[in-house]
Ligand binder design. Structure first.
Ligand SMILES: Cc1cc2nc3c(=O)[nH]c(=O)nc-3n(C[C@H](O)[C@H](O)[C@H](O)COP(=O)(O)OP(=O)(O)OC[C@H]3O[C@@H](n4cnc5c(N)ncnc54)[C@H](O)[C@@H]3O)c2cc1C
Length: 463
């Protein structure tokens, strides 16, 4: 298959996924590779990098959805941007199969490849989960969740059927890790604000549940802080159910199971099910033919080179971030000795990867190993609330919230995005909370079709 003339014929550094790792490595490599006569190509189904730590704040409405993503086109001017999905890799032949956004497939030759397609939401075979669950990995999910929650409140306020009203006002989040806790806290915050502004419903009509299968939440913070988080959330009226999992969700009826004795823990109806119970390496890891570990992650060395299980390095093949299993030389990390999947590692690995690729393939500098001691973690729990242990100092409440905002304002890539995000925060402090849902995003043509006599757009286009 010939490469389309619109794509570069120069020796290519192919970056599979333009998230934390992909965007950062592209930024660091693009000018140097260009100067050496090559091209950096970023392939991603999305035309932007999503700053995932801000997704809960998008749900809460503190950050405008567009501001939590970083445009590839705008910030990677010396790179080739391809909106598409890598579906397979032939590393011996140095080509990758790319499904372009309009469905066409091309075989893209490369000199070096960086596997950085991140992770997807981990799910389990739970009846009804696929139909009823909402994940929180993408900006589209965060925006949809926000609109859904606010729309349910508005709808409930005119319902006369008490059962339907209770179902609309019951919100369930499964998964008590960082993402789940931040999300349930932001949801509670915005729900209380929206309900408070609606005289037809009361706060006592609302039920919010956080369901966690383990005996504690947030493995990233200390045990006593995790206990403090649970107490804090319960103090805000959130029902935190530990050692509990989702058994099934059929027609909106959730069945919760006690993990200790497998008995039924609760059964209720809820229109909202948010699923944040962990992540799994992107499936392109397995489909690429590169060596993967039992968790499906591409195996790599501390130099961020892809290597087989005997540690034999594959030339011109690199990996980092959530898709990879990289040894954690600091001695922390997962029980198998690899780095935990988080942004702290992803962004720092990206810098070492870019330097090492220049050293190995362009003779610029020396290979070095990735080693990073964790800086701790801070979580935002809604307006003015937070928890964390940055640099091993335990903080809670307002200082933690400030630390969370300060850290992420510095960490989101590009000055332009920092200004937009901080500007939004200032606007909110001055102008107050925005709890307006944007309606009809799933059927934006509805009004026009009604006005046009019910003719569907596609049918009209066919003539
Ligand atoms: C809600 C939430 C909150 C979080 N909060 C924090 C936090 O506070 N602190 C922290 O350290 N970490 C946090 N994380 C984790 C952090 O965001 C990830 O660890 C980080 O994004 C990993 O970076 P990555 O580059 O490996 O993957 P990603 O940033 O996920 O990027 C992967 C990219 O690959 C693209 N892609 C997928 N499939 C393909 C394909 N087939 N071909 C080409 N491209 C593909 C995707 O579109 C995406 O752009 C959070 C995550 C979530 C979901």
């Amino acid at each position: 298959m010939a490469i389309p003339q619109t794509l570069s014929a120069k020796p290519r550094v192919l970056i599979v996924g333009g998230g934390y790792v992909g965007l950062t490595t592209a930024q660091l490599l693009q000018k140097k590779v260009k100067a050496a006569g090559g091209i950096v190509t970023v392939v991603d189904p999305m035309p932007y990098m999503t700053y995932q730590p801000f997704l809960p704040e998008v749900v809460g409405g503190h950050i405008e959805a567009r501001h939590a993503v970083v445009s590839h086109r705008r910030h990677l001017k010396d790179s080739e941007i391809i909106t598409g999905k890598v579906t397979a890799v032939d590393h011996d032949g140095r080509t990758a199969t790319v499904e372009l956004s309009q469905g066409e497939t091309v075989e893209l030759p490369y000199q070096d490849i960086i596997m950085s397609a991140g992770a997807t939401t981990k799910t389990f075979p739970i009846e009804g989960l696929a139909e009823h669950g909402i994940g929180l990995k993408t900006i589209e999910e965060a925006l949809t969740l926000r609109n859904h929650v606010l729309e349910r409140i508005e709808a409930a306020s005119v319902m006369t059927d008490e059962k339907a009203k209770s179902r609309a006002l019951t919100f369930t989040v499964v998964g008590g890790g960082f993402a789940g806790i931040e999300t349930v806290a932001e949801m509670e915050d915005i729900i209380r604000a929206a309900v408070g502004a609606n005289p037809r419903i009361s706060q006592t009509d609302v039920r919010i549940l956080m369901v966690e299968a383990m005996g504690r939440v947030m493995p990233e913070v200390t045990e006593d802080q995790a206990v403090g988080v649970v107490e804090h959330l319960r103090g805000r009226g959130i029902e935190v159910l530990l050692n509990t999992s989702l058994g099934s969700v059929v027609d909106g009826e959730m069945r919760l199971v006690n993990m200790k004795d497998k008995s039924e823990a609760d059964r209720f109806e809820s229109d909202t099910l948010v699923w944040t119970a962990g992540v799994a390496a992107n499936v392109v890891a397995k489909n690429s033919g590169f060596p993967v570990d039992p968790r499906g992650r591409v195996t790599g060395t501390a130099t961020l080179q892809i290597a087989d299980e005997d540690g034999k390095v594959l030339q011109n093949a690199w990996t980092a971030g959530d898709i990879s299993a990289i040894p954690d030389l600091s001695g922390g990390g997962l029980p198998d000795g690899t780095c935990v999947p988080n942004a702290q590692h992803a962004s720092r690995q990206a810098k070492v990867l870019a330097k090492n690729l220049l050293a190995a393939s362009y003779g610029q500098g020396q290979l070095s190993e990735y080693k990073h001691d964790s800086l701790g973690a801070v979580a935002g729990l809604g307006m003015f609330q937070g928890v964390g242990n940055p640099l091993k100092v335990k903080i809670n409440g307002f200082p933690a919230w400030m630390a969370h905002r300060g850290y992420h304002a510095l960490a989101i890539p590009t000055v332009e995005r920092k200004i937009r995000v901080i500007g939004g925060w200032v606007n909110e402090l001055v102008l107050g909370r925005d709890y307006t849902p944007v309606r009809d995003l799933e059927n934006p043509y509805g009004q026009f079709q009604e006005a046009a006599g019910g003719v569907k757009k596609k049918e009209a286009a066919k003539g």
